[in-house]
Design a protein around this ligand. Structure first.
Ligand SMILES: Nc1ccn([C@@H]2O[C@H](COP(=O)(O)OP(=O)(O)OP(=O)(O)O)[C@@H](O)[C@H]2O)c(=O)n1
Ligand SMILES: C[C@](O)(CO)[C@H](O)COP(=O)(O)O
Length: 224
């Protein structure tokens, strides 16, 4: 097993939340009286109170976050704010650039969506443990509905749902793999970090997550 010493987290919250159609970006909306993003960060603090966290935010929203932190008296010392980019890939890359290169040899980095507040410390722990011996750990759940593949002519075909996994975050990787993969140019099919690492030739190991770990995307996701 590879000796690992440095653990880092990049929490990406650099998006605008256009599908939520709210006045402020969805990561700042209140859930049970606290910003969604605060819930997410607190789950990482519950896993490890001192792991360095890079929090990636849109530049235009820095003042909103500072004001929410003051209102909710939320000032975790290990959280460093980084300015995001135009895409999720670019936001992750900005977070990565702030992690010292001397940690690469033995380090691991986990990336998590700021808008997945129901992640558990147990999932984060399994993700780091798996990545420390396999090099990667990508959280997923089995498909519960039937699944069909759509063709360009409009027809569709049933596929075996036992072969389908729905991908979540956290996604955790060896830092040296991660750095190398994110040094390449962005591709249109990159929807998560696993697709970036896979494109660079690295193996993707899956870990089982849970159905509660939803990504808050549209107003329906805030009903409960
Ligand atoms: N340029 C971007 C785009 C997205 N994200 C983050 O990536 C996560 C998943 O993205 P998504 O749910 O698509 O968020 P938004 O891009 O904000 O939403 P939408 O696509 O509806 O605009 C979110 O935590 C989002 O803040 C980011 O850090 N930087
Ligand atoms: C990273 C992700 O949450 C894994 O399911 C997802 O790919 C993000 O997609 P989005 O288009 O940025 O919402």
């Amino acid at each position: 097993m590879r000796r690992t010493t440095h653990f880092f987290a990049i929490i990406v919250a650099g998006g605008s939340g256009s599908r939520m159609k709210s006045d402020i970006a969805k990561q700042f909306l209140l859930l049970r009286g606290k910003p969604i993003l605060q819930h997410t960060i607190e789950q990482f603090l519950a896993y490890s109170p001192d792991m360095p966290i890079r929090l990636v935010l849109p530049e235009r929203d820095l003042a909103i976050w500072e004001s929410l932190c003051a209102t909710h008296q939320f000032f975790p010392a290990n959280v460093t704010t980084i300015i995001g980019g135009a895409t999720r890939f670019q936001s992750v890359r900005n977070g990565l650039a702030s992690i010292p290169a001397d940690a690469d040899e033995t380090g691991l980095v986990t990336v998590h969506d700021g808008v997945r507040p129901y992640v558990t410390p147990a999932t984060i722990a399994v993700s780091f443990a798996t990545a420390s011996h396999k090099g990667s750990a990508v959280t997923c759940v089995p498909a519960k509905d039937s699944v069909r593949l759509i063709s360009s002519d409009g027809s569709s075909k049933a596929i075996d749902r036992a072969q389908v996994r729905l991908i979540q975050t956290p996604q955790t990787f060896r830092l040296d793999w991660f750095r190398q993969a994110f040094a390449g140019p962005e591709q249109a099919h990159f929807t998560d970090c696993a697709s970036v690492l896979e494109f660079a030739g690295y193996p993707i190991s899956l870990i089982e997550g849970d159905y509660e770990n939803i990504k808050i995307t549209t107003p329906d996701d805030l009903k409960n």
